[in-house]
Design a protein around this ligand. Structure first.
Ligand SMILES: [Zn+2]
Ligand SMILES: [Zn+2]
Length: 231
């Protein structure tokens, strides 16, 4: 496991900054520009703070979703390096990218930072197989920088869902229903969930619904990447 890579993880060029990506590769990342204010879905429109069609019809259980990148090349590659090679260099890259986006977004929205960060939990079995939770590893440097506590093991994933990515949005929703439970009480008004990639949003919506039922007023999501497919 590398702790510091002096070379760009994509092209091997020498890097000078704190992040293991060279300037040209950083520039080339598929950054999200305009999104739905509520669910974070990338939008074509140049208008800030607009709602997507889906959210205009019914608001999701999350209050906002902030992400840095489209789920497009080379983001899938970077995510797989973190997940399957367990290389924390990638968690640091993601945390840095997300931090920059968060600083811009919170300033633009004039909104308060959350009181608690909860990394999206993995099922124990998956966590054992993988050896770590990538969402937690991405959340760690962010929490440290922003001085916000991370809550781990407060919510347990009780369903071990196999190959979630192969299922349709509807199947995912069915599959994930009642898949989380509290293992200890949470008292906070504003919580943020952290994940690597949000695809349909099913997982974070399920978690947000659970948190809101328990009295949490505001639930946001910070994700490194957001897929364009809508629910
Ligand atoms: Zn490079
Ligand atoms: Zn939306």
């Amino acid at each position: 496991m590398r702790f510091f890579a002096p070379c760009c993880v994509l092209c091997d060029a020498k890097v000078t900054g704190a992040i293991s990506l060279c300037e040209p590769c950083l520039e080339d990342l598929p950054r999200i520009k305009t999104t739905c204010y509520q669910c974070g879905l990338p939008l074509e429109s140049k208008l800030e703070a607009s709602l997507c069609g889906q959210c205009q019809q019914s608001l999701p259980p999350i209050d906002y979703l902030i992400s840095s990148l489209h789920y497009a090349y080379p983001v899938g590659y970077l995510v797989s390096q973190l997940k399957f090679q367990r290389d924390l260099t990638y968690a640091k890259i993601f945390a840095q990218l997300l931090l920059t986006t968060l600083q811009q977004q919170y300033k633009a929205r004039h909104s308060e930072l959350p009181e608690i960060i909860i990394p999206v939990p993995l099922h124990k079995k998956r966590s054992r197989q993988r050896g770590f939770n990538q969402a937690l590893e991405i959340a760690r440097p962010i929490a440290k920088e922003l001085n916000i506590p991370i809550l781990v093991n407060a919510i347990e994933r009780i369903k071990h869902t196999e190959a979630q990515s192969l299922l349709s949005a509807l199947e995912r929703r069915k599959n994930l229903h009642n898949s989380f439970v509290f293992s200890k009480p949470i008292t906070a008004e504003h919580i943020v969930l952290v994940d690597d990639v949000v695809t349909t949003g099913t997982t974070v919506y399920e978690l947000a619904t659970l948190l809101k039922k328990s009295g949490v007023k505001k639930v946001g999501v910070w994700a490194v990447a957001r897929a364009t497919i809508s629910k």
